[in-house]
Design a protein around this ligand. Structure first.
Ligand SMILES: NC(=O)c1ccc[n+]([C@@H]2O[C@H](COP(=O)([O-])OP(=O)(O)OC[C@H]3O[C@@H](n4cnc5c(N)ncnc54)[C@H](O)[C@@H]3O)[C@@H](O)[C@H]2O)c1
Length: 365
């Protein structure tokens, strides 16, 4: 893994969604690896945000623009000539997708089309990874994990927009970036990545469990939970991101073998009910209370797990932290933020979290 991710040194890497939770961690990690990062996004979706909290603007080329603006997207691709593209920009919230289905589909589906169009027009791009979600699958409430070959679906607008984005990627791969035409008609490796619910410092997304807990705890309020028994796989933010970096690096080495869809989910014993997660947050925070909220709920899928055998076998990717360790690191990050550490100290802390993760992976290499 270490050999592969070190290949980003001096590479021009365009990250969409760099002002968001995962995009900020990804951009920081890439810049630590020596990549020249070009971030293309709207303003941070929350306040506070990880992007602002660590002063990421100073570490990378920072562009505020809409992925629905094809002209601007093309101009940025033309100017910066990225070699690798990580497409993370999205409207990522299920509940918001019920309120704003049109803009959710616009950004998540047509935004993905726009990014792929920009890739088509830009000769420098060698690898493009589109980030979707475990929710892209048709959820059959199975007890076993979904495989990359399972059908796309999605009950709510967000989930189905991610299923649609996957279909778009697949159609572009068949039509414009076909592995059998690689080196003849084009020189792009195109892949998609599906991961589960993510935890980590610096997420303040609305209606997300750990951010909701931390928001309440930081104000000494009771945590309200909606679906205590809904089971989800929980990952630490650097786990899927290490998968994206590993996959992107492999795509640069072997464009044909590594194109296609990939699951980056935790093992089945890391899937926990919401209530257990809340108890874990409370024990890491040190005090606080929770209460189960009654009333009408939006539909939420009860069981969703990914089968990540393909990533384990072909990429050597694995999750390295126990659930306790994931939560301890996550809650510690928020505690430091609420202790008003300041931007440079938080940047150091966030970089150290990445270094420690890399050290842990190196032991397993
Ligand atoms: N966080 C999770 O638990 C999780 C789980 C599975 C998949 N994902 C996926 O990972 C990606 C990143 O998620 P996140 O949690 O960091 O989300 P986030 O809301 O923190 O960040 C979203 C980013 O997209 C940008 N964006 C939104 N609309 C845009 C537009 N029209 N034009 C340009 N930029 C736009 C925002 O400015 C922000 O930078 C998304 O594709 C999401 O669907 C997230």
């Amino acid at each position: 893994m270490i050999d592969i991710i070190s290949k980003y040194k001096n590479k021009r890497v365009l990250v969409t969604g760099h002002t968001g939770f995962k995009g900020s961690w990804m951009s920081l990690w890439l810049s630590q690896l020596g990549a020249k990062v070009i971030g293309y996004s709207l303003e941070p979706p929350t306040s506070p945000s990880l992007f602002e909290a660590i002063g990421l603007k100073k570490q990378i080329t920072h562009i505020i623009a809409d992925i629905n603006d094809q002209k601007r997207l093309d101009a940025v691709f033309k100017k910066y000539r990225p070699q690798v593209v990580f497409h993370l920009a999205a409207q990522p919230l299920v509940r918001l997708s019920y309120k704003s289905p049109v803009s959710t589909y616009q950004t998540n589906v047509m935004g993905t089309v726009n990014v792929l169009e920009a890739v088509r027009k830009t000769k420098s791009v060698r690898a493009c990874l589109v980030v979707t979600s475990d929710k892209c699958y048709e959820n059959k409430e199975w007890i076993y994990g979904y495989r990359e070959s399972d059908p796309m679906g999605g009950y709510d607008p967000y989930s189905s927009s991610k299923g649609c984005a996957e279909l778009v990627v697949s159609a572009y791969r068949n039509s414009f970036f076909a592995p059998k035409e690689y080196g003849k008609a084009h020189s792009v490796s195109l892949a998609s990545a599906r991961s589960g619910n993510i935890i980590g410092g610096g997420d303040w997304g609305e209606d997300r469990l750990v951010p909701d807990c931390v928001r309440a705890l930081s104000k000494n309020k009771t945590i309200m939970i909606r679906n205590p028994y809904a089971t989800r796989p929980w990952q630490y933010v650097l786990e899927p991101l290490s998968g994206y970096l590993l996959l992107g690096g492999r795509m640069l080495e072997d464009a044909v073998a590594f194109s296609g869809p990939w699951n980056f989910g935790p093992s089945s014993n890391e899937a926990l009910p919401v209530k257990d997660i809340v108890k874990l947050v409370l024990s890491c925070w040190g005090d606080g209370k929770y209460k189960i909220e009654r009333g009408r709920k939006a539909h939420e899928a009860h069981l969703l797990q990914l089968d990540a055998s393909k990533a384990h076998k072909l990429l050597g990717w694995k999750s390295v932290y126990s659930m306790n360790e994931k939560m301890t690191r996550t809650v510690n990050w928020y505690k430091k933020f609420y202790d008003n550490m300041g931007k440079s100290a938080l940047l150091r802390q966030t970089s150290e979290d990445i270094d420690q993760y890399v050290k842990r992976i190196s032991v397993l290499d």
